[in-house]
Design a protein around this ligand. Structure first.
Ligand SMILES: Nc1ncnc2c1ncn2[C@@H]1O[C@H](COP(=O)(O)OP(=O)(O)OP(=O)(O)O)[C@@H](O)[C@H]1O
Ligand code: SF4
Ligand SMILES: [Mg+2]
Length: 329
Protein backbone atom coordinates (compact mmCIF):
# COMPACT_ATOMS: atom_id res chain seq x y z
CA UNK A 1 0.00 0.00 0.00
CA UNK A 2 1.11 3.59 -0.68
CA UNK A 3 2.26 5.85 2.13
CA UNK A 4 -0.66 7.70 3.79
CA UNK A 5 -1.22 11.33 2.78
CA UNK A 6 -2.73 12.05 6.20
CA UNK A 7 -1.89 10.27 9.45
CA UNK A 8 -3.91 11.34 12.47
CA UNK A 9 -2.53 10.13 15.80
CA UNK A 10 -4.43 10.47 19.09
CA UNK A 11 -6.00 13.77 18.05
CA UNK A 12 -7.91 15.62 20.75
CA UNK A 13 -9.93 18.80 20.73
CA UNK A 14 -11.41 19.86 24.04
CA UNK A 15 -13.41 23.04 24.64
CA UNK A 16 -13.49 24.58 28.11
CA UNK A 17 -17.12 25.17 29.10
CA UNK A 18 -18.69 26.52 32.29
CA UNK A 19 -18.99 23.19 34.05
CA UNK A 20 -15.77 21.56 32.88
CA UNK A 21 -14.29 20.26 29.66
CA UNK A 22 -16.25 19.41 26.55
CA UNK A 23 -14.31 16.58 24.92
CA UNK A 24 -15.56 16.96 21.35
CA UNK A 25 -12.75 14.85 19.90
CA UNK A 26 -10.94 12.67 22.39
CA UNK A 27 -8.06 10.71 20.89
CA UNK A 28 -8.76 9.55 17.34
CA UNK A 29 -6.22 7.89 15.04
CA UNK A 30 -6.43 6.89 11.40
CA UNK A 31 -4.68 7.17 8.03
CA UNK A 32 -6.01 8.55 4.75
CA UNK A 33 -4.29 7.40 1.55
CA UNK A 34 -3.63 9.54 -1.54
CA UNK A 35 -6.62 9.71 -3.86
CA UNK A 36 -9.03 7.99 -1.49
CA UNK A 37 -12.27 9.15 0.07
CA UNK A 38 -12.44 8.52 3.79
CA UNK A 39 -16.00 8.71 5.11
CA UNK A 40 -16.65 9.89 8.66
CA UNK A 41 -20.08 9.14 10.11
CA UNK A 42 -21.90 9.32 13.42
CA UNK A 43 -24.89 11.01 15.03
CA UNK A 44 -25.18 14.75 15.47
CA UNK A 45 -22.76 16.14 18.04
CA UNK A 46 -20.35 13.19 18.03
CA UNK A 47 -17.44 15.40 16.90
CA UNK A 48 -17.21 14.93 13.12
CA UNK A 49 -16.92 18.61 12.19
CA UNK A 50 -14.56 19.33 15.05
CA UNK A 51 -12.39 16.40 13.91
CA UNK A 52 -12.36 17.71 10.32
CA UNK A 53 -11.46 21.24 11.39
CA UNK A 54 -8.79 20.13 13.82
CA UNK A 55 -7.16 17.87 11.24
CA UNK A 56 -6.61 20.78 8.87
CA UNK A 57 -5.68 23.01 11.81
CA UNK A 58 -8.58 25.42 11.47
CA UNK A 59 -8.84 24.61 15.18
CA UNK A 60 -5.67 24.34 17.25
CA UNK A 61 -5.52 20.79 18.60
CA UNK A 62 -5.57 20.05 22.32
CA UNK A 63 -3.27 17.08 21.74
CA UNK A 64 -2.08 14.64 19.10
CA UNK A 65 -0.09 14.59 15.90
CA UNK A 66 -1.13 15.12 12.32
CA UNK A 67 1.27 14.07 9.58
CA UNK A 68 0.75 15.37 6.07
CA UNK A 69 3.21 14.02 3.52
CA UNK A 70 5.39 13.03 6.47
CA UNK A 71 5.40 16.54 8.08
CA UNK A 72 3.94 17.03 11.56
CA UNK A 73 1.50 19.83 10.74
CA UNK A 74 0.88 20.79 14.38
CA UNK A 75 4.56 21.61 14.82
CA UNK A 76 4.82 23.93 11.82
CA UNK A 77 5.52 27.64 12.29
CA UNK A 78 2.99 30.18 11.11
CA UNK A 79 4.99 30.75 7.94
CA UNK A 80 5.39 27.03 7.16
CA UNK A 81 1.67 26.60 7.84
CA UNK A 82 0.89 29.23 5.16
CA UNK A 83 2.29 26.86 2.54
CA UNK A 84 0.40 23.84 3.87
CA UNK A 85 -2.82 25.90 4.00
CA UNK A 86 -2.92 25.84 0.19
CA UNK A 87 -3.02 22.05 0.23
CA UNK A 88 -5.88 21.86 2.76
CA UNK A 89 -9.37 23.06 1.91
CA UNK A 90 -12.86 22.67 3.26
CA UNK A 91 -16.30 22.48 1.67
CA UNK A 92 -19.09 23.35 4.06
CA UNK A 93 -22.54 21.94 4.66
CA UNK A 94 -24.53 25.07 4.16
CA UNK A 95 -23.88 26.81 0.86
CA UNK A 96 -26.19 29.61 2.06
CA UNK A 97 -24.25 30.49 5.17
CA UNK A 98 -20.74 29.82 3.90
CA UNK A 99 -20.73 32.33 1.03
CA UNK A 100 -20.57 36.06 1.78
CA UNK A 101 -23.81 37.53 0.35
CA UNK A 102 -22.18 40.88 -0.41
CA UNK A 103 -19.43 39.44 -2.59
CA UNK A 104 -19.77 38.51 -6.25
CA UNK A 105 -19.01 34.96 -7.26
CA UNK A 106 -15.75 36.17 -8.79
CA UNK A 107 -14.70 37.80 -5.51
CA UNK A 108 -15.67 34.69 -3.55
CA UNK A 109 -13.74 32.30 -5.76
CA UNK A 110 -10.74 34.62 -6.07
CA UNK A 111 -10.43 35.28 -2.34
CA UNK A 112 -8.00 32.40 -1.66
CA UNK A 113 -6.00 33.52 -4.74
CA UNK A 114 -5.89 37.07 -3.31
CA UNK A 115 -4.75 35.86 0.11
CA UNK A 116 -1.93 33.79 -1.34
CA UNK A 117 -1.14 36.30 -4.15
CA UNK A 118 -1.51 33.49 -6.65
CA UNK A 119 -1.70 35.54 -9.89
CA UNK A 120 0.36 38.15 -11.73
CA UNK A 121 -2.36 40.54 -12.85
CA UNK A 122 -6.14 41.07 -12.96
CA UNK A 123 -6.44 39.33 -16.34
CA UNK A 124 -4.83 36.19 -14.97
CA UNK A 125 -7.06 36.34 -11.90
CA UNK A 126 -10.21 36.61 -14.02
CA UNK A 127 -9.07 33.77 -16.29
CA UNK A 128 -8.45 31.48 -13.34
CA UNK A 129 -11.93 32.26 -11.94
CA UNK A 130 -13.53 31.42 -15.28
CA UNK A 131 -11.52 28.23 -15.53
CA UNK A 132 -12.71 27.23 -12.04
CA UNK A 133 -16.33 28.08 -12.86
CA UNK A 134 -16.17 25.81 -15.90
CA UNK A 135 -14.64 23.00 -13.85
CA UNK A 136 -17.69 22.93 -11.60
CA UNK A 137 -20.26 23.19 -14.40
CA UNK A 138 -20.86 26.96 -14.25
CA UNK A 139 -19.67 29.59 -16.74
CA UNK A 140 -18.31 33.10 -17.24
CA UNK A 141 -21.75 34.73 -17.00
CA UNK A 142 -22.01 33.59 -13.40
CA UNK A 143 -18.87 35.46 -12.31
CA UNK A 144 -20.48 38.86 -11.69
CA UNK A 145 -23.58 37.63 -9.89
CA UNK A 146 -24.26 37.35 -6.16
CA UNK A 147 -24.91 34.15 -4.18
CA UNK A 148 -28.65 34.87 -3.72
CA UNK A 149 -29.13 34.64 -7.49
CA UNK A 150 -28.21 30.94 -7.42
CA UNK A 151 -29.92 27.70 -6.47
CA UNK A 152 -28.57 25.63 -3.57
CA UNK A 153 -26.78 23.25 -5.91
CA UNK A 154 -25.18 26.13 -7.83
CA UNK A 155 -24.02 27.77 -4.60
CA UNK A 156 -22.40 24.54 -3.53
CA UNK A 157 -20.64 24.49 -6.91
CA UNK A 158 -19.31 27.98 -6.15
CA UNK A 159 -18.07 26.67 -2.78
CA UNK A 160 -16.32 23.81 -4.57
CA UNK A 161 -14.74 26.16 -7.14
CA UNK A 162 -13.39 28.30 -4.31
CA UNK A 163 -11.99 25.22 -2.55
CA UNK A 164 -10.19 24.20 -5.75
CA UNK A 165 -8.67 27.62 -6.46
CA UNK A 166 -5.22 26.88 -5.01
CA UNK A 167 -4.93 23.30 -6.32
CA UNK A 168 -5.31 21.63 -2.93
CA UNK A 169 -4.39 18.02 -2.20
CA UNK A 170 -6.74 17.31 0.69
CA UNK A 171 -10.34 18.52 1.08
CA UNK A 172 -12.57 18.11 4.12
CA UNK A 173 -16.11 17.87 2.76
CA UNK A 174 -18.32 18.58 5.79
CA UNK A 175 -21.78 17.29 4.88
CA UNK A 176 -21.57 19.03 1.50
CA UNK A 177 -24.87 17.67 0.25
CA UNK A 178 -27.13 17.38 3.29
CA UNK A 179 -28.63 20.88 2.87
CA UNK A 180 -29.47 20.21 -0.81
CA UNK A 181 -32.58 18.78 -2.44
CA UNK A 182 -32.36 15.03 -2.92
CA UNK A 183 -32.56 15.52 -6.69
CA UNK A 184 -29.41 17.68 -6.62
CA UNK A 185 -27.38 15.58 -4.15
CA UNK A 186 -26.25 12.95 -6.66
CA UNK A 187 -25.11 15.67 -9.11
CA UNK A 188 -22.89 17.29 -6.51
CA UNK A 189 -21.50 13.91 -5.40
CA UNK A 190 -20.74 13.02 -9.01
CA UNK A 191 -19.03 16.37 -9.51
CA UNK A 192 -16.86 15.75 -6.44
CA UNK A 193 -15.98 12.29 -7.76
CA UNK A 194 -15.08 13.62 -11.22
CA UNK A 195 -12.88 16.33 -9.73
CA UNK A 196 -11.21 13.77 -7.48
CA UNK A 197 -10.26 11.67 -10.50
CA UNK A 198 -9.12 14.63 -12.54
CA UNK A 199 -6.88 16.16 -9.88
CA UNK A 200 -6.01 13.15 -7.70
CA UNK A 201 -7.76 14.75 -4.72
CA UNK A 202 -8.03 13.09 -1.32
CA UNK A 203 -11.27 13.62 0.63
CA UNK A 204 -12.44 13.38 4.18
CA UNK A 205 -16.17 13.12 3.60
CA UNK A 206 -18.33 13.82 6.66
CA UNK A 207 -21.97 12.68 6.66
CA UNK A 208 -24.93 11.44 8.67
CA UNK A 209 -26.34 9.54 5.77
CA UNK A 210 -24.69 6.13 5.81
CA UNK A 211 -26.07 5.10 2.45
CA UNK A 212 -24.46 8.09 0.70
CA UNK A 213 -21.17 7.56 2.48
CA UNK A 214 -21.08 3.97 1.32
CA UNK A 215 -21.44 5.08 -2.27
CA UNK A 216 -18.72 7.70 -2.16
CA UNK A 217 -16.15 6.32 0.35
CA UNK A 218 -13.35 3.80 0.01
CA UNK A 219 -13.08 3.43 3.77
CA UNK A 220 -15.34 4.61 6.56
CA UNK A 221 -14.78 5.57 10.20
CA UNK A 222 -17.65 5.58 12.69
CA UNK A 223 -17.45 8.15 15.52
CA UNK A 224 -19.37 8.24 18.76
CA UNK A 225 -18.96 10.95 21.41
CA UNK A 226 -15.45 11.94 20.41
CA UNK A 227 -14.11 8.41 19.96
CA UNK A 228 -13.56 6.35 16.82
CA UNK A 229 -15.54 3.15 17.26
CA UNK A 230 -14.97 1.27 14.03
CA UNK A 231 -13.02 1.66 10.79
CA UNK A 232 -12.94 -0.57 7.72
CA UNK A 233 -13.36 -0.50 3.96
CA UNK A 234 -16.91 0.54 2.98
CA UNK A 235 -17.73 -2.94 1.78
CA UNK A 236 -16.43 -4.67 4.88
CA UNK A 237 -18.10 -2.19 7.23
CA UNK A 238 -21.50 -2.53 5.59
CA UNK A 239 -21.32 -6.31 5.12
CA UNK A 240 -19.72 -7.21 8.45
CA UNK A 241 -20.25 -4.44 11.02
CA UNK A 242 -18.81 -5.48 14.39
CA UNK A 243 -19.26 -2.56 16.79
CA UNK A 244 -22.72 -2.56 18.40
CA UNK A 245 -23.07 1.14 17.54
CA UNK A 246 -22.33 0.57 13.84
CA UNK A 247 -24.73 -2.36 13.83
CA UNK A 248 -27.47 -0.14 15.26
CA UNK A 249 -26.77 2.69 12.79
CA UNK A 250 -26.85 0.27 9.86
CA UNK A 251 -29.98 -1.49 10.97
CA UNK A 252 -31.81 1.83 10.69
CA UNK A 253 -31.16 2.01 6.91
CA UNK A 254 -33.96 0.48 4.85
CA UNK A 255 -32.86 -2.25 2.43
CA UNK A 256 -34.42 -2.06 -1.06
CA UNK A 257 -35.14 -5.83 -1.16
CA UNK A 258 -38.38 -6.39 0.81
CA UNK A 259 -37.52 -10.05 1.54
CA UNK A 260 -34.25 -9.09 3.24
CA UNK A 261 -35.89 -6.09 4.91
CA UNK A 262 -38.56 -8.33 6.50
CA UNK A 263 -35.99 -10.75 7.89
CA UNK A 264 -33.68 -8.04 9.08
CA UNK A 265 -33.62 -7.48 12.79
CA UNK A 266 -33.99 -3.82 13.67
CA UNK A 267 -31.76 -2.81 16.51
CA UNK A 268 -33.18 0.17 18.30
CA UNK A 269 -30.85 2.91 19.40
CA UNK A 270 -32.46 3.88 22.65
CA UNK A 271 -31.81 7.04 24.61
CA UNK A 272 -30.01 10.17 23.47
CA UNK A 273 -26.33 10.69 22.92
CA UNK A 274 -24.95 11.55 26.41
CA UNK A 275 -23.24 14.87 27.06
CA UNK A 276 -19.60 15.14 25.96
CA UNK A 277 -18.89 17.38 28.98
CA UNK A 278 -16.67 15.58 31.51
CA UNK A 279 -17.38 12.13 30.04
CA UNK A 280 -17.12 9.15 32.38
CA UNK A 281 -14.34 6.61 31.93
CA UNK A 282 -15.16 3.37 30.16
CA UNK A 283 -16.84 2.83 26.82
CA UNK A 284 -18.70 5.94 25.63
CA UNK A 285 -21.49 3.81 24.19
CA UNK A 286 -22.21 1.85 27.37
CA UNK A 287 -25.58 3.41 28.27
CA UNK A 288 -27.06 2.52 24.90
CA UNK A 289 -25.28 -0.75 24.16
CA UNK A 290 -27.22 -3.99 24.20
CA UNK A 291 -24.03 -5.99 24.85
CA UNK A 292 -22.73 -3.88 27.76
CA UNK A 293 -21.05 -5.73 30.65
CA UNK A 294 -19.46 -4.41 33.87
CA UNK A 295 -16.01 -4.04 32.36
CA UNK A 296 -17.42 -1.58 29.79
CA UNK A 297 -18.15 0.94 32.56
CA UNK A 298 -14.65 0.76 33.99
CA UNK A 299 -12.21 0.35 31.11
CA UNK A 300 -12.17 2.31 27.86
CA UNK A 301 -11.83 -0.24 25.05
CA UNK A 302 -8.75 0.14 22.88
CA UNK A 303 -9.09 0.73 19.15
CA UNK A 304 -7.65 -2.52 17.76
CA UNK A 305 -7.26 -4.26 14.42
CA UNK A 306 -9.57 -7.22 15.02
CA UNK A 307 -9.53 -8.42 11.41
CA UNK A 308 -7.24 -7.43 8.57
CA UNK A 309 -7.63 -3.66 8.12
CA UNK A 310 -10.78 -3.67 10.25
CA UNK A 311 -10.46 -1.72 13.51
CA UNK A 312 -12.92 -1.78 16.40
CA UNK A 313 -13.05 -0.32 19.93
CA UNK A 314 -15.15 -2.86 21.84
CA UNK A 315 -14.36 -5.31 24.65
CA UNK A 316 -16.65 -7.88 23.11
CA UNK A 317 -15.50 -7.61 19.49
CA UNK A 318 -14.15 -11.20 19.37
CA UNK A 319 -17.38 -12.68 20.75
CA UNK A 320 -19.40 -10.59 18.31
CA UNK A 321 -17.25 -11.81 15.39
CA UNK A 322 -17.64 -15.44 16.52
CA UNK A 323 -21.37 -14.95 16.98
CA UNK A 324 -21.23 -16.00 20.64
CA UNK A 325 -21.97 -12.58 22.19
CA UNK A 326 -25.27 -12.65 24.06
CA UNK A 327 -27.10 -9.33 24.48
CA UNK A 328 -27.33 -8.20 28.10
CA UNK A 329 -30.48 -6.14 27.58
N1 LIG B 1 -16.39 26.00 19.22
C1 LIG B 1 -16.97 25.17 20.10
N2 LIG B 1 -17.03 25.47 21.41
C2 LIG B 1 -17.61 24.64 22.31
N3 LIG B 1 -18.16 23.47 21.99
C3 LIG B 1 -18.15 23.10 20.69
C4 LIG B 1 -17.56 23.93 19.67
N4 LIG B 1 -17.70 23.29 18.47
C5 LIG B 1 -18.33 22.13 18.73
N5 LIG B 1 -18.61 22.02 20.05
C6 LIG B 1 -19.27 20.88 20.71
O1 LIG B 1 -18.52 19.73 20.38
C7 LIG B 1 -19.37 18.62 20.17
C8 LIG B 1 -19.12 18.06 18.78
O2 LIG B 1 -19.60 19.00 17.83
P1 LIG B 1 -19.41 18.81 16.26
O3 LIG B 1 -20.00 19.99 15.60
O4 LIG B 1 -18.00 18.48 15.97
O5 LIG B 1 -20.31 17.51 15.99
P2 LIG B 1 -20.81 16.90 14.60
O6 LIG B 1 -20.60 15.43 14.71
O7 LIG B 1 -20.20 17.60 13.47
O8 LIG B 1 -22.38 17.19 14.67
P3 LIG B 1 -23.41 17.50 13.46
O9 LIG B 1 -23.68 16.17 12.83
O10 LIG B 1 -24.60 18.04 14.16
O11 LIG B 1 -22.75 18.47 12.53
C9 LIG B 1 -20.78 19.11 20.39
O12 LIG B 1 -21.15 18.80 21.72
C10 LIG B 1 -20.66 20.60 20.19
O13 LIG B 1 -21.64 21.28 20.95
S1 SF4 C 1 -17.18 -2.02 24.95
FE1 SF4 C 1 -19.01 -2.79 25.95
S2 SF4 C 1 -20.43 -1.04 25.99
FE2 SF4 C 1 -18.83 -0.58 24.52
S3 SF4 C 1 -19.65 -1.25 22.57
FE3 SF4 C 1 -18.46 -2.97 23.37
S4 SF4 C 1 -19.91 -4.22 24.51
FE4 SF4 C 1 -20.89 -2.24 24.16
MG1 LIG D 1 -20.96 18.76 11.91
Amino acid sequence: MAEPLISARNIKKHFPVGSGMLKAVDGISFDIYPGETFGLVGESGCGKSTAGRTIIRLYEPTDGELYFNGKNVYKLSRQEMQEVRKDFQMIFQDPYASLNPRMTVEEIIAEPLDIHKAYKNQKERRERVIELLKLVGLNEEHADRFPHEFSGGQRQRVGIARALALNPKFIVCDEPISALDVSIQAQVVNLLKDLQKKFGLTYLFIAHDLSMVRYISDRVGVMYLGHMMELASSEELYDNPIHPYTQALLSAIPIPDPEIQRNKQRIMLEGDVPSPINPKPGCRFVDRCRYAVDKCRQVTPEFLEVKKEHFVACHRADEIIEGTAKPTK
